[in-house]
Design a protein around this ligand. Structure first.
Ligand SMILES: [Zn+2]
Length: 296
C-alpha cells in the first residue's frame, strides 16, 4: 500500500459534431445532434469541476472551436487546458504528409483564433496516428502527446522511426523528447456508454463502469507512487444523467484521498519532463526504449 501522491488528469474530448462528421462520416441530422448536446454538457461539466476545484484538459478539434467559440473561451477562462484534437476528428493516417500538416495547421488556427493560444498537447482523434505523426508533432513543438498506450500510470517518451513487418524483428526507432501521457480504452467512457448502431454497443450501467474505473484508480493509488491516472471522457456522453451522477460520485471518491490531486495533462507533462530529462530516462529504461532489442 502506498500513500504517495497520485495525480488525476480528467480529460474531456469536446468533439461536438466533429466525430460524427469526421470519424463516422454521417449525413444524418439526428446523429449530428448528439454532438450538439455538447453545448448542454459543457456548462454542466464546468460547474462540476468547479465544485471539486479540479482543472481539466479539454481536447478540442478546430471544427468544435469554430462552432462553439463562447464555450471554448469559457473553458479556457476557467483555467482548464485546451489540447489539439485534429480539425474535424479525422484519422491522420488517411492523409499524406501534406494533408496531415494541413489538419494540424487548421486545428491550430481555429484554437488561436478563438482563445489566442497555441496548445502544448495533442490528442489524436480516436487515438489514431500515422507513422509520421510523432515526427510532425515534434516539429510543431508539442510538449506532449496523448493517444498511445505503452504505459498505464506513468508518462514515457515516444519514439520516431519504429518499423515492423511480418518477417523481421521489431525495429525500435530513436526515443525523442515528446512526452506521452498514456491512455487506454478501459478508462474511456465512449466504448462502455455510447450506443452507435452497428459499431458500438455501449449503454453499460454506470455501476459497472464505476466499479472498473475505481479499481484502476485504486491500483494506481496503491501501486504507482507519483503516477498519473488519466480518464478520457466525452462531454456529449458523460454529461448525460446516469453517467454524470457516476462522474460526480467518482470525483467525490478520488478527492477523498488526501494525496490525490487534479491537474491538467499539460502541467503534469511539463513537470514530469523537467524531473525526467529525456537522456536520463533513456539510460534508465532500456526495455521501454528497445535499446537491447536484437535485430538479426
Ligand atoms: Zn475525439
Amino acid at each position: 500500500m502506498s500513500n504517495a501522491p497520485l495525480t488525476c488528469c480528467l480529460t474531456f474530448d469536446f468533439d461536438a459534431m466533429s466525430s460524427w462528421i469526421g470519424s463516422v462520416k454521417s449525413m444524418n441530422p439526428s446523429m449530428i445532434s448528439r454532438g450538439q448536446f455538447g453545448a448542454v454538457a459543457i456548462p454542466r461539466l464546468l460547474h462540476l469541476l468547479e465544485q471539486f476545484q479540479a482543472k481539466a484538459t479539454f481536447a478540442i478539434p478546430g471544427h468544435t472551436a469554430y462552432a462553439y467559440p463562447n464555450l471554448v473561451e469559457t473553458i479556457y477562462a476557467r483555467g482548464h487546458e485546451i489540447a489539439h484534437h485534429g480539425w474535424v476528428h479525422e484519422n491522420p493516417a488517411t492523409f499524406d504528409e501534406a494533408g496531415e500538416r494541413r489538419i494540424l495547421d487548421k486545428g491550430l488556427e481555429a484554437i488561436a483564433r478563438v482563445i489566442g493560444v497555441r496548445p502544448i498537447g495533442y490528442r489524436s482523434p480516436a487515438w489514431d496516428l500515422s507513422p509520421r505523426s510523432i515526427d510532425l508533432l515534434q516539429e510543431y513543438g508539442f510538449v506532449y502527446e496523448s493517444s498511445c498506450m505503452g504505459h498505464d500510470f506513468y508518462p514515457y517518451y515516444l519514439r520516431s522511426g519504429d518499423r515492423w513487418s511480418l518477417d523481421s524483428a521489431y525495429h525500435f526507432g530513436t526515443t525523442v523528447d515528446l512526452v506521452e501521457m498514456p491512455v487506454t480504452w478501459m478508462l474511456d467512457d465512449f466504448p462502455p456508454s455510447e450506443f452507435v448502431l452497428g459499431m458500438n454497443t455501449g449503454l453499460q450501467p454506470p455501476s459497472q463502469i464505476e466499479e472498473n474505473w475505481r479499481a484502476d484508480f485504486d491500483f494506481a493509488r496503491q501501486r504507482c507512487p507519483d503516477g498519473v491516472f488519466i480518464l478520457t471522457m466525452h462531454p456529449q456522453t458523460i454529461a448525460r444523467g446516469r453517467y454524470f451522477l457516476m462522474l460526480e460520485r467518482l470525483l467525490t471518491y478520488f478527492s477523498g484521498h488526501p494525496n490525490v490531486t487534479f491537474e491538467t495533462m499539460g502541467s503534469y507533462a511539463v513537470n514530469w519532463r523537467a524531473a525526467n530529462p529525456c537522456a536520463d530516462w533513456i539510460a534508465a529504461n532500456p526495455d521501454l526504449t528497445g535499446r537491447d532489442a536484437i535485430e538479426p
